[in-house]
Ligand binder design. Structure first.
Ligand code: G3I
Ligand code: 9MR
Length: 572
C-alpha cells in the first residue's frame, strides 16, 4: 500500500512538473539560451586545489558537440565554496542538449526565443492577482477561481477620516491587483510597479504592442500589457481623497489566513493619507496620462482625468511634505489597529523627484522641472519601492544621454564577473546582495540597469551582463533553483502566496520568488526553520511559510518581465 502510494505521488509530481531534481553540482539557466548567447554553467568541485574538470555536451542524437574543461577553481566570495565555470557558448544550433561533468549531468535548450513564454507568464501572473473579479476560462489557462474582495464597501479608517468622509464612510475601491502573497493593495508599491511597468513599455513598445496575453481585454485594440495595467491604474484612481491626498493602502486590519479570495470576509479599510502615497500616485498618473494618450478612444477621458489626479496629488504633497506612514505610531492614535504591510518610507525626496519629473514631462511646466532638480539625489541609487529616484533618472537619461553615473555605478559589478564570480554574474558576489526581495531588487533590477546601459551605449558588454543577471535568476546561482514558478528543472514549488496555496491546482506559474535573505525575519517571528549555518546566498527556503525568502509580489514580478521582455525583444 505504502509503495503504491509513493509511486502515485512520484508520478503525480512528475506530471505536474514540480519535483525538484536534486542536482547540486550543476547550476545553470534552466529555461534556455538563445543561439548566439553566452552559455555557461557552474559546477561545485571538491576543493580549492581542484584542477579544471573535464566536461562535454551531447546533442539529443548522442553526438558530442562540445568538449572542454572548467575554469580555474574560484572560491565563492559569499560562501567560500569552491566552484568552476564551464563555457560552452560555441553550441549555437537550436536543440536539446545535455551537459556532462564528472559528477552529474543536466539538460539544456537552445532556441530562438527562450524567454517569450516566460515573459508571457510573468505578465499573466498579474491577471491572476486581480481582485474583485472572477478568473475565468479561456483566460485562466487552468487557474479559474471565483471573484474575491469586491472592495465596493471599503471603510474609511479613523486615521483617514475627514469632515467630508468621516470614519466608517463606505467607499468603492474595487479592482486592482493583490499586492503579493497577501490580499491587500498598497499605493506605494503599486506606484513603483506601474513606474517600472510603463517604463518597460516605453522602452519596448513594438515588442509589447504585439505580445498577446490571453486576458479578457485581448480583443480590444490596445496592447494587452497596457490593458492589464489599466486594471490596476483604475483602482489606484479610487484611492484619492476629495482633497487630492491619497490613502496609503487598502487593507484588512490583520492578514487573512491562507484561504481563497472568495472565502475572505474581513472588513477592509482605506488607511491614512501619506506624502509617499500622494507622490507615487502623482507620478503614476502623470506617466499614464502620457503613455495612454494614443488610446483616447478606448479609454475616453482617461488622460484628462489622470492629469488632474496627478496635479491634485502633487499639490497635496507640497502642502503636506512630511506625512510618513509610521504604523506603530498610527496604531497608538487610531483604532482598529492595523498590522499588515507597511511600505513605510521616511524619506520622500526621491518620490518628489520622480513625481515632479513625470509632471514636467507631461505638462512642460518649468516649475516641475525646478522641483525635480531640487530633489535630484547626489548619488546613484537603484530603484526599489522605497526609493524611486532612478525611475526619474532614467527618464532624464533617455532625454540627455547623460549615462555616466549609471555606468560608474555598474563598473564594479561588471569587473566582478571576470575576476571573482563563480556564477559568472555581476550579481551575487557580495554578502549585501542578499536581502528581502533581492531576486528582484538586487538581481533583476541590476539586469534592467544593464539593459538600459546597453540601449544608451550599444555596448554589447552591458547586454551580456543583463543576460547574466537573468541566468542567475533562472538557475546559475548558489541554491540551483530556477526562481520563477512553473519554470526549470528545479522550480519554486511552494511560494508564500495565498492564491496558490488555496487553489486546487496549487502554485500558479510565472511568479518570481523573493530570494535568499540572511535576515530571516520569518524565523524570528514565525519560527520558520532554516538549516544551520547556511551562507547568505543560500538562505532561501522553498517553503510556503517563509515569507521573508519565498513570497511573490507585483513589484518583483514587474522587474522580472521588464528584464526578460527586454532580452526577448532582441531575439527577433
Ligand atoms: O534595501 C536594503 C539593502 O540595501 C540592504 O543591503 C539590505 C540588508 O540590510 O536591506 C534592505 O532592506 C530590506 C528591504 O526590504 C529591501 O527592500 C529590509 O531589510 C527589509 O526589512 C525590507 O522588507 C520589506 C518587507 O515588506 C518588510 O517591511 C520588503 O522590501 C517588502 O517587499 C515587503 O513587502 C511586503 C508587504 O509589506 C506586504 N505584502 C507582501 C510584501 C512582500 O513581502
Ligand atoms: O503573509 C504575510 C506576508 O504577505 C507579509 O509579507 C509578511 C510580512 O509582513 O507577513 C505575512 O504574514 C505573516 C505575519 O506577518 C505573521 N504571522 C504569519 C503571517 C503569515 O505567515
Amino acid at each position: 500500500m505504502k509503495k503504491s502510494l509513493l509511486l502515485f505521488a512520484a508520478i503525480g509530481a512528475l506530471l505536474i512538473g514540480c519535483r525538484p531534481v536534486s542536482n547540486p553540482e550543476i547550476r545553470m539557466n534552466q529555461v534556455g539560451f538563445g543561439p548566439l548567447q553566452e552559455k555557461t554553467a557552474t559546477i561545485d568541485v571538491c576543493c580549492a586545489e581542484a584542477q579544471p574538470y573535464v566536461a562535454f555536451v551531447l546533442a539529443a542524437n548522442g553526438d558530442t558537440v562540445w568538449s572542454g574543461t572548467g575554469s580555474a577553481t574560484m572560491l565563492n566570495p559569499v560562501s567560500g565554496k569552491p566552484r568552476q565555470v564551464i563555457d560552452f557558448s560555441s553550441v549555437t544550433e537550436p536543440g536539446e542538449y545535455t551537459l556532462h561533468v564528472p559528477f552529474g549531468q543536466m539538460n539544456f535548450t537552445v532556441c530562438q526565443h527562450p524567454y517569450r513564454e516566460l515573459t508571457r507568464k510573468a505578465l499573466r501572473a498579474f491577471y491572476y492577482q486581480r481582485a474583485s473579479m472572477p478568473i475565468v476560462e479561456p483566460y485562466a489557462e487552468g487557474y479559474e477561481r471565483k471573484a474575491g474582495h469586491p472592495d465596493d464597501h471599503v471603510l474609511v479608517h479613523s486615521s483617514a477620516a475627514t469632515a467630508e468622509r468621516p470614519e466608517g464612510t463606505p467607499l468603492d475601491c474595487s479592482g486592482g491587483w493583490y499586492d503579493a502573497g497577501d490580499y491587500n493593495k498598497y499605493i506605494v508599491n503599486s506606484g513603483y510597479t506601474m513606474g517600472v511597468w510603463l517604463m518597460a513599455y516605453e522602452m519596448n513598445k513594438d515588442y509589447f504592442d504585439h505580445l498577446s496575453l490571453n486576458i479578457p481585454e485581448s480583443e480590444q485594440p490596445v496592447p494587452d500589457m497596457l490593458a492589464e495595467a489599466m486594471y490596476n491604474i483604475r483602482w489606484m484612481m479610487t484611492m484619492q481623497d476629495l482633497d487630492g491626498g491619497v490613502y496609503h493602502k487598502l487593507t484588512e486590519a490583520n492578514f487573512e489566513g491562507f484561504i481563497r479570495p472568495d472565502e475572505c470576509e474581513k472588513t477592509r479599510y482605506v488607511v491614512m493619507k501619506t506624502t509617499a502615497a500622494a507622490l507615487d500616485y502623482a507620478a503614476t498618473m502623470a506617466l499614464a496620462a502620457r503613455v495612454y494618450a494614443p488610446y483616447e478612444e478606448i479609454y475616453p477621458g482617461f488622460c484628462v482625468e489622470a492629469t488632474e489626479a496627478a496635479l491634485a496629488a502633487y499639490g497635496w504633497a507640497m502642502a503636506h511634505p512630511d506625512v510618513y506612514y509610521d504604523q506603530p505610531k498610527m496604531n497608538e492614535l487610531f483604532k482598529p489597529e492595523i498590522t499588515t504591510g507597511a511600505y513605510d518610507d521616511f524619506d520622500v525626496t526621491d518620490e518628489f523627484y520622480w513625481a515632479a519629473t513625470e509632471l514636467y514631462l507631461l505638462t512642460g511646466d518649468e516649475m516641475y522641472k525646478e522641483e525635480a532638480m531640487k530633489h535630484k539625489p547626489a548619488t546613484y541609487i537603484p530603484a526599489v519601492w522605497g526609493n524611486v529616484a532612478e525611475l526619474a533618472s532614467m527618464e532624464w537619461m533617455l532625454r540627455t544621454n547623460d549615462v555616466e553615473p549609471l555606468l560608474a555605478h555598474l563598473k564594479p559589478y561588471t569587473d566582478e564577473v571576470e575576476t571573482i564570480s563563480v556564477h559568472h554574474s555581476p550579481y551575487g558576489n557580495r554578502e549585501n546582495d542578499f536581502f528581502w526581495g533581492c531576486n528582484s531588487e538586487g538581481c533583476c533590477w541590476r539586469g534592467i540597469e544593464y539593459l538600459f546601459a546597453y540601449k544608451l551605449t550599444n555596448n554589447e558588454q552591458y547586454l551580456a551582463n543583463a543576460q547574466r543577471c537573468l541566468n542567475y535568476i533562472l538557475g546559475q546561482n548558489a541554491t540551483g533553483y530556477c526562481y520563477v514558478t512553473g519554470f526549470g528543472q528545479k522550480p519554486v514549488c511552494h511560494p508564500h502566496h495565498r492564491l496558490s496555496y488555496s487553489h486546487p491546482k496549487g502554485t500558479h506559474p510565472g511568479f518570481l520568488a523573493g530570494g535568499p535573505n540572511p535576515m530571516r525575519q520569518d524565523a524570528e517571528t514565525d519560527g520558520v526553520k532554516y538549516p544551520k549555518d547556511v551562507p547568505a546566498d543560500e538562505s532561501y527556503l522553498d517553503y510556503q511559510p517563509s515569507y521573508a525568502s519565498n513570497e511573490v509580489t507585483i513589484n518583483w514580478n514587474v522587474t522580472l518581465f521588464a528584464l526578460t521582455a527586454g532580452l526577448d525583444a532582441l531575439s527577433d
